[in-house]
Design a protein around this ligand. Sequence first.
Ligand SMILES: Cc1ncc(C[n+]2csc(CCOP(=O)(O)OP(=O)(O)O)c2C)c(N)n1
Length: 340
Amino acid sequence: MPETEEAQRTAVDLDRDYVREVFRAMLRARLLENKLSSLYKAGKIVGGVYLGKGQEAVSASLGASLIKGRDIFAALIRDQAGRTAFGEPLIDCTRTYLGSVLGPMKGRDGNIHRGRPLDGMPAMISHLGAAVSVVGGMLIARRLKGELAGVVGATCVGDGATSTGAFHEGLNMAAVEQLPMVVIVGNNQFAYSTPTDRQFACEDLLDRAKGYGVGGHSVDGTDLLACTKVIGNAVKLAREGNGPQMVVARLLRLSGHGEHDDGSYVPPVLKDSQLGRDCIETGVVQLIESGIATVEEIERWKREFTDEVQAAVAQAQQEPTPDPWDENWNACSTPTGRGL
Ligand SMILES: Cc1ncc(C[n+]2csc(CCOP(=O)(O)OP(=O)(O)O)c2C)c(N)n1
């Protein structure tokens, strides 16, 4: 607890700003993803569309706890809110989904495998768990260059990813090396259509943190204020030299695996449970009840972000897709300045 009254006020204000930042990123991501879903259903997006609906509080709490320009964030398919909170412009998303040559992947990736490595965002890897090793490697590289002080590397995985070899090897190594890493496990009860009781036999995924020798934290992923507190604290612990931290967030995926999947295998009883709460809805109530934001402000943000999403889609839609005759199709990224 800060000693002086002024310091106490500042601490409260900082928390308030952080919570508002998290919620704004959640809202921007939700409005953007609603639009992506409509575009997909209208046949305007080729390939898959993957949403983070219901997981925004977890993802944005992580993204907003990280420092852009210093930290590393390896986002996964449910992390539009975290990307937004970490500072990724919305146009990066619409350009990638709509195949614009001006996007960070230059129109070579159709959906979600985008990144800006020079800004601390490695491009997403589909192979579940692989990002844990990538973040570990990036942190070791910083250590070798003498640039690790005060840095955190973070990634998010799903419950399914925790059963892969890559996850195990990556987290084990991070623990041995005592890296400043945060791994968020979004336990949304399903890996595609496989429920958790067909994925692992331990009672709680949190039990695994002990086995790896890393800090373990559990949070209700539908509760905005709990997410900001628990995830913000895990990032702080990692930053202060306490080694890797694993946070297990309990929630439910509020969409199909991708928009091609109606998720009809999710039992109604789960949807009606605490796990099935929509974090945006609970967040609105929490913000208003705690006086962190007013109804008018939230309505204004909705209008502002709706306009921003429309503009990002309209802009990407009128940009060119790659011309196969001009493209050199380099397999490796080159520092051209375009998209990096
Ligand atoms: C190593 C590996 N195995 C299988 C797949 C195919 N796959 C893609 S997403 C997915 C389910 C992921 O479930 P989970 O980790 O729980 O994350 P969620 O989609 O629920 O957020 C699977 C099996 C993959 N991408 N990588």
